[in-house]
Design a binder for this molecule. Structure first.
Ligand code: ATP
Ligand code: MG
Length: 304
């Protein structure tokens, strides 16, 4: 599976092996995995794809608002990109999902562990503890199933992703968080002259992430910052950084926006979700429904 994730070009670069030999090697690995039923064969009918899509795992956000936006939750085999300005709740959302993925399937989780790639030093185990407690889970057990990798520069971030395979299998990882995916690349490649280089490296990283998510059938969340774009005359003048590279590799893009104490999430780009907006809150228990909403829901349930 590692060979598949890395691909022949990478393998030939690293080992000095002929590209043709590397292609053969990867092809063999793929054939074996198809035979073992661990991945799908190259040509499949739409019916098979439809059936396979029913097997895609979903991690509930634990809120009815965001679950409505995501149509049930964050999907495996895809990257969900969350972008928004500082304090909009991206990191809080990531922390909440670290806890939710560990719940059993009946409760909206995938009973899996987390690989958390922290590039901004904003991972806080204390937040995990309070979110876990609020959800009635044992905080110590929850912390144990989160593997944190602190990335110090973009090359290190890439390396962590390249070496993730064994960790994913060993720790039964079902969610990879990259918070933030773009920050280090943005900080290191300054100035116009380096833009092409930055995009190329970022592209490599994002593809590695998406291939890992697909190959191992796990969910990936990548956060992204925004910048003001002075050329926007209508609507919101902020847009995600990373440009087309991040846009093209993420399957779902969600925009988080502050609105006083509340937060707004909008599904911006998805192959099958309608473009809509929902309102949620940031609380001690992580992302949550607005108080009025959850009170109303509880009342409705009680009446039923
Ligand atoms: N324990 C808590 N209880 C309630 N709200 C909290 C708690 N901790 C953080 N918050 C809220 O979360 C906000 C910070 O959100 P977060 O760190 O997720 O932003 P971000 O989108 O990751 O920003 P950045 O771009 O700077 O990384 C705070 O402004 C606060 O409103
Ligand atoms: Mg953050």
């Amino acid at each position: 599976m590692d060979l598949l994730v890395r691909g022949p070009v990478d393998i030939s670069e690293i080992t000095g092996m002929d590209l043709e030999v590397a292609v053969k090697l990867v092809t063999k690995a793929r054939q074996q995995l198809v035979e073992d039923g661990r991945i799908d064969k190259d040509f499949v009918t739409a019916t098979e794809i439809y059936k396979r899509r029913q097997d895609i795992g979903k991690i509930s956000t634990g809120t009815s608002a965001l679950d409505m936006l995501f149509d049930g939750g964050i999907e495996t085999q895809a990257i969900t990109e969350v972008y928004g300005e500082f304090g909009s709740g991206k990191t809080q959302f990531c922390h909440t999902m670290c806890v939710n993925v560990q719940k059993p399937k009946e409760e909206g989780g995938l009973d899996g562990g987390v690989l958390y790639i922290d590039t901004e030093n904003t991972f806080r185990p204390e937040r995990i503890v309070s979110i876990a407690k609020a959800k009635g889970l044992d905080p110590e057990k929850v912390l144990d199933r989160i593997i944190v990798a602190r990335a110090y520069n973009s090359a290190h971030q890439e390396l962590i992703m390249q070496e993730a395979g064994p960790v994913i299998e060993e720790s039964k990882i079902k969610l990879i968080v990259v918070d933030s995916a773009v920050g280090l690349f943005r900080a290191e490649f300054l100035g116009r002259g380096t833009l092409a280089n930055r995009q190329q490296r970022l592209n490599k990283f994002m593809h590695l992430l998406v291939r890992t998510a697909e190959t191992y059938n796990i969910a990936a969340i990548a956060t992204n910052q925004v910048m003001a774009s002075p050329d926007t005359f209508f609507g919101d003048p902020t847009r995600p950084i990373g440009g087309n590279v991040v846009a093209h590799t993420s399957t779902y893009r969600v925009y988080f926006k502050k609105s006083g104490k509340k937060r707004i999430a909008r599904m911006v780009d998805s192959p099958h979700h309608p473009e809509q907006e929902v309102i949620f809150a940031l609380t001690e228990a992580g992302v949550a429904d607005l108080e009025e909403e959850s009170k109303k829901k509880k009342k409705d349930e009680a009446e039923e």
